[in-house]
Each structure stands twice: as C-alpha cells, then as structure tokens.
Design a protein around this ligand. Structure first.
Ligand SMILES: NC(=O)c1ccc[n+]([C@@H]2O[C@H](COP(=O)([O-])OP(=O)(O)OC[C@H]3O[C@@H](n4cnc5c(N)ncnc54)[C@H](O)[C@@H]3O)[C@@H](O)[C@H]2O)c1
Length: 474
C-alpha cells in the first residue's frame, strides 16, 4: 500500500520504518527541515535501539522516503497516518495546534478519497474535529480512523512489530479491513481489535492512566513501607507473582515521567472535568507522582541538612525519563537538576543516551561526563535517577574510593541496599528497607533468605557480618 506518515518523531519514524519493512511504500513528512535532512541521510535523529538499521535498510530498498511536503506525500498515498506531537496546553488539555495545522494541509492536498488515521494521542472526540477541519478545506470524501499507538520508547521497534494488540477505531467494516490489513503481518487477526472511534481514543488514555496508577499505588505503599520498616521490593515480588496482577509497572521510585504519562493523564482529567465526571483515582495518581518527584530533595536534606546544598558536588546517573531512550521530556531527573541548581549544588551528570538533549536544556550549568565513574569522581553524593542497565552493578569499592563522601541516593531502587551498605556507603532508597530502624532490623532478619527473595546475588546471606553499616535511620 502507499502510505504517508505526518510527523517523524518517536512514533512517526518507527511507524514509517516498520510499515516499509512489511513491504509498503511509505513517505514520511516533517516540518522540521533539519530533521528531514538528517532522516534522508539515514540518521533517525532520536536514540531508539534498532531504528537506524531499520530506517537505512528500507531507504536502500526504495520503500521509505522523507520530505517536508505534505502535498507530495498525500498526492501519492491512500492512507495518511497522523503522528505529530500533541503536547500539554497551558490548561492541562492536549494542544491540538500541530495536529490541526497538519490536518488542514492534508485536506488542501487531497486529490480524491483518503483515509486519515490518527495515531497521535488525542482527546476523546478529536476525530470529529479532524473531520470538520478536513471538510473546511476539501470537497473530497474521506474517513477518519483512530488508531492509538502503544509503543514504548526504548523498545519501540519490538512493540510495533510484535504488538500486544492493535486498536482500530472505525465503525466502517471496509475501512477497518484496509487498516487491519496493514497490521496483519505484525499482529495476526486475533490481536486486532475493532471498536468505535470514541472508544479507541479513550482506550489510549485509559491504558496510560491505568499503568500510571499502578506506579503511584506502589509509590504510596513505599511510603508506608518506609514508615513501618517493610520492604516495597519484597511486596512487589509477592504481588507481581500473582498472575492476576503481573509484575510490570510495579516499580517504586521517584515517579513516572516522559512525553506521554504526565500529559495524557492531565488531558484525561481535563476531558473528565469538562464532562462533569471527576476521575478521583486518576487525580490521586497525579498528586502522588508530583509528591514522589520531591522525594530525592527530601533525602538530600536529611543527609546534608536544610539549605545546605550550596557548592556541594553531586553526581547524577541517568537523565532520560527511563532507560533505553534519549527522551528527557518531563523526566523526574530534569526537575531534580533544576531544583539542585536552584539550591546552588554543582551537578556532574552522566546518561548513556540523553546527554545531547540535556546539554541543549542546561548548557554549561551542568557538567556532563563521558562515564558514570567520571561523574562520581570527587562527588559528595551520588543520585541514581534512571535505572539504566549499566548502573545496576557498579564497582562499589572503586566508587567509594573516588567519591568525596560515600552516599548513594537510589531513586529507582536499582541497587541492593545491603550490598551498598556493606561496601561502606550511606544508602537511601525508596521504601526498600534501609530508611528506618525497623526496616534495618527487618533486613537483618532476612539473613539467609536473600537468594529467594531479592536479587539472587546473596547480599542478604552475609548480613550479620555487615557491621558498621551507614544506614540512614530517620
Ligand atoms: N513517544 C511515545 O512513546 C509515544 C507513544 C505512543 C503515543 N505517542 C503519541 O504520538 C504522538 C507523537 O509523539 P512523538 O513522541 O513521536 O512526538 P515528537 O515530538 O517526537 O514528534 C512529532 C513530530 O511532528 C512534527 N510536526 C509537528 N507539526 C507538524 C506538521 N504540521 N507537519 C509535519 N510535521 C509536524 C515535529 O516536527 C516532530 O518531529 C503524540 O500524540 C504522543 O502522545 C507517543
């Protein structure tokens, strides 16, 4: 099929490349000249595992093209996927200005019937607006379909090629069949779900809100664990083993971020408020997340005292909102850096992929390092803000030697507290047992159970020998 994809960000570039991979002729459009130039040269601009190879392979095969011209793309395509950004507007709702501009240009460029497929995340009812916009500039017939995207940055190619499900919102069987055909090579008929357009639009928001709710639920429980001395990591393992619950999205930490959850949740809340149906669970999810983002600052205050960050050198591992992406939009680490700089701290940061984006944001206010150890060199504290794989097993003796003060603030519970404590560090985590006297007593009582309960590295086995542990007791 001949397909156009409008907007070549994380979603558009992946969508275009994957549809080209299954043999379609795909023209991708972006209004950003520099981006199109880079894409034409085989550079996806964003960091996404496997994307560069997929892109270049399909360009070389003559199936994938990039242009700045919506007209050129629409003239040569039967199906137009809209993948432009829908950021948060100042009132919390989704800002549809990029979508509107692109749709109007699509409408003006139509020379006959087209199917417009909305893949951008948009408020419920947006397909009706899209139809109005098209009608205002074109006499040609069209159908508007909602086909929300569920890919996750960091595993976007895999998610697109092997989706859990594909949602297609269209009440017309023939239109559904045509879009469905595009996904059959990836999804198989059983995974393709047809529904009405309104429900498809809501399904996307509902999915993100539900996943975010799981995270906030665990974060709230982590605070209780912290108080009573239980360990949220054990609780997570115990809960996640239940097949009705499952283990995903149960990680306690310094909150969710990224380009989707925060804005989608606010947009859902805005829609619900407009309709007079407040979503109290979703409101609480957001409140808890905002509170969670301030936890690290509270830990720093506990360690160094209030208003005592001025001049302190702090290492920060991880800036991206999650591992395996360079995306720093609404990343908890970004809010944290801003707070640290405001308080006068000197930040030495390292991220395996997001440094370029962070440099654009912070310039010379932050020292960006080439390795995690370089960032920790001379630091009075190490903050872990993103759970990148390479942070999971640091060389603790080396770190201790390099740091001016051996303190770790583990915002993602990436490390085994007992291992860190045994290595002579002061350790702060998120409800994982090291924050209170009761928690430490419990960790002690876990001697011999470490292998089955936690990381399997045996750290708890040696607990009784862990004398002089610098556990933060509050
Ligand atoms: N990033 C994700 O993980 C993800 C996952 C699922 C859904 N979504 C949704 O998909 C949509 C796109 O997200 P993204 O992260 O890919 O955004 P992005 O910001 O990375 O990319 C959007 C692109 O659209 C381009 N654009 C804007 N206006 C345009 C116009 N008029 N003509 C042509 N190009 C235009 C921009 O230059 C940019 O390159 C959003 O609605 C988002 O909520 C994102």
């Amino acid at each position: 099929m001949n397909i156009a994809v409008i907007g070549t960000g994380y979603v558009g570039t992946v969508t275009g490349s994957c549809f080209a991979e299954s043999g379609n002729h795909v023209i991708c459009v972006d209004s950003d000249q520099q981006k199109v130039k880079a894409l034409k040269a085989g550079d996806p601009v964003i960091f996404e595992p496997g994307l560069a190879e997929l892109l270049r392979r399909n360009q070389a095969a003559g199936r994938l093209f990039f242009t700045e011209s919506i007209k050129e793309a629409v003239e040569n395509s039967e199906i137009i996927f809209m993948t432009v950004g829908t950021p948060q507007a100042s009132n919390g709702d989704a800002d549809l200005s990029f979508l509107k501009a692109a749709v109007l240009e699509v409408g003006r460029s139509m020379s006959g019937y087209r199917i417009i497929v909305n893949k951008s995340t948009v408020p419920i009812g947006t397909h009706l607006k899209v139809a109005e916009w098209l009608k205002s500039v074109s006499n040609h017939s069209f159908d508007v379909v909602s086909n929300p995207e569920f890919l996750r940055e960091g595993s976007a190619i895999r998610d697109f090629l092997y989706p859990d499900r594909v949602v297609i919102g269209s009440s017309r069987k023939d239109v559904f069949d045509r879009i469905s055909k595009l996904y059959l090579p990836f999804a198989g008929a059983k995974k393709i779900i047809q529904m009405d357009t309104l429900s498809a639009e809501l399904t996307k928001y509902a999915s993100n809100a539900f996943l975010a709710t799981r995270i906030s639920f665990m974060n709230e429980l982590a605070s209780l664990c912290e108080k009573i001395g239980a360990n949220i990591e054990f609780v997570k393992t115990g809960m996640g083993a239940d097949s009705r619950i499952g283990g995903a999205f149960l990680n306690a930490g310094i909150g969710y971020g990224g380009s989707c959850f925060p804005k989608d949740i606010r947009a859902l809340l805005a829609t619900a408020a407009r309709e007079g149906i407040p979503l109290r669970l979703v409101e609480a999810t957001e409140d808890i997340n905002e509170r969670q983002k301030r936890l690290l600052i509270q830990m720093l205050e506990r360690e160094y005292g209030k208003n005592s960050l001025r001049g302190r050198v702090l290492a920060l591992w991880g800036i991206a909102f999650k591992p395996d992406t360079d995306d720093i939009r609404e990343a908890p680490a970004v809010a944290l850096i801003q707070e640290l700089l405001k308080a006068g701290a000197r930040v030495r940061a390292y991220d395996p992929a997001a440094t370029r984006n962070a440099e654009e944001l912070f310039g010379r206010d932050v020292v960006f390092c080439k390795t995690s150890y370089e960032a920790a060199d001379g630091a009075e504290g190490l903050i872990i803000a993103t759970e990148w794989q390479e942070f999971l097993n640091p060389k603790l003796p080396l770190l201790k030697e390099m740091m001016a003060r051996p303190v770790i603030f583990d915002g993602r519970n990436t490390l085994d507290p007992m291992q860190v404590l045994q290595a002579g560090f002061q350790y702060y985590g998120i409800g994982n047992g090291a924050g209170t006297a009761a928690g430490v007593r419990n960790l002690r009582s876990m001697t011999g159970m470490g292998r089955s309960m936690k990381t399997g590295n045996g750290a708890y086995d040696d607990l009784e020998n862990a004398s002089g542990m610098g556990i933060a007791v509050i």
